[in-house]
Design a binder for this molecule. Structure first.
Ligand code: CP
Ligand code: NVA
Length: 306
């Protein structure tokens, strides 16, 4: 599969609906063992923020493809001593075949992509987490056997995950409702982009009302109330976000066969209760596993492996 060969994945806006569906199809085939792809390439991981799932799932995916991984820990490379991104990108381009970056500003990721010719992947920025959403869509497809026409409700902070969910759901025809406190709504530009993609075919709702947002929904989704880099605001946010907690009461308003997703790590007792997280409707462990399958498909596609 060479569909995305040489491209970057900086945002889900880089992909068309067909490309997302093709990636999900390949991920499902890789997961079931129906196809086996080998590619002897080298992936660099440049992560300026902590990570368990993204780091390990990218590494295992690359090893299973027959490739190698180099952890470019910023603390022991020259990037932490101020070497310009433009220089680092041009050097890494000469060694690596593909590079996944987790950082703060989307602009820094874009600069890496501009100066490196190899594919650059957004492994999370403050404004998006596209790889997470590819795994989420795979999980929804696994659970419901379809994507189009379902309704997903995201509750909590209008953050990076909410942004990529808006774009990803719009691309595949999942109606999306985002319920947040008024001062934590998603970036209006990203909402507008998602609305353009949805083009009257898919409903996008931004609300402050968690109950109306959950009513009859097929998928409830949440994430931490304070993201990496916002830890100092975490305790002050708790009372404001409390009505958006996914608990058994809120879940009972959703469709009877609704599933619950969380990108993890979770703060039990804040955005989600222990009971819901461990309950029968929670699919969070399957969702975490799917990070690996979705990213294996993404790596194979960007590298043009078959
Ligand atoms: N969901 C997610 O990206 O997890 P990590 O921060 O552990 O990579
Ligand atoms: N919104 C969270 C996601 C972690 C995977 C953060 O950016 O910290």
């Amino acid at each position: 599969m060479a569909a995305l060969k040489g491209r970057d994945l900086l945002s889900l806006q880089n992909l068309t609906t067909d490309e997302v569906l093709e990636l999900l199809h390949l991920a499902a085939q890789l997961k079931s063992g129906q196809v086996n792809i080998r590619c002897n390439k080298v992936l660099g991981l440049l992560f300026y923020k902590a990570s368990t799932r993204t780091r390990v799932s990218f590494s295992v995916a690359m090893y299973q493809l027959g490739g190698q991984v180099i952890d470019l820990n910023p603390n022991v490379t020259q990037v932490s001593r101020g070497e310009p991104v433009e220089d680092t990108a041009r050097v890494l381009d000469r060694y690596l075949d593909i590079l996944a970056i987790r950082t703060f500003k989307q602009q820094q990721l874009e600069t890496f992509a501009k100066y490196a010719n190899i594919p650059v992947i957004n492994a999370l920025t403050d404004s998006g987490h596209p790889c997470q959403i590819l795994a989420d869509l795979l999980t929804i497809q696994d659970c419901f056997g379809q994507l189009t026409g379902l309704t997903l409700t995201y509750l909590g902070d209008g953050n990076n995950v909410a942004h990529s969910l808006l774009l990803g759901c719009a691309l595949v025809g999942i109606n999306v409702r985002i319920a947040t406190p008024s001062e934590y709504q998603p970036d209006p530009t990203i909402v507008e982009n998602a609305q353009e993609i949805a083009a009257n075919k898919t409903e996008i709702t931004i609300t402050q009302d968690p109950i109306a947002a959950v009513n009859g929904s097929n998928i409830l989704y949440t994430d931490v109330w304070a993201s990496m880099g916002q830890e100092s605001e975490a305790s002050a946010r708790i009372p404001l976000f409390q009505p958006y907690q996914i608990n058994e009461q809120l879940l009972s308003i959703a469709d009877k066969s609704a599933i619950v997703l969380h990108c993890l790590p979770a703060h039990r007792g804040e955005e989600i209760t222990h009971e819901v997280m461990e309950g029968s409707q929670s699919k969070v462990w399957d969702q975490a596993e799917n990070r690996m399958h979705a990213q294996k498909a993404l790596l194979a596609s960007l590298l043009g492996a078959d």
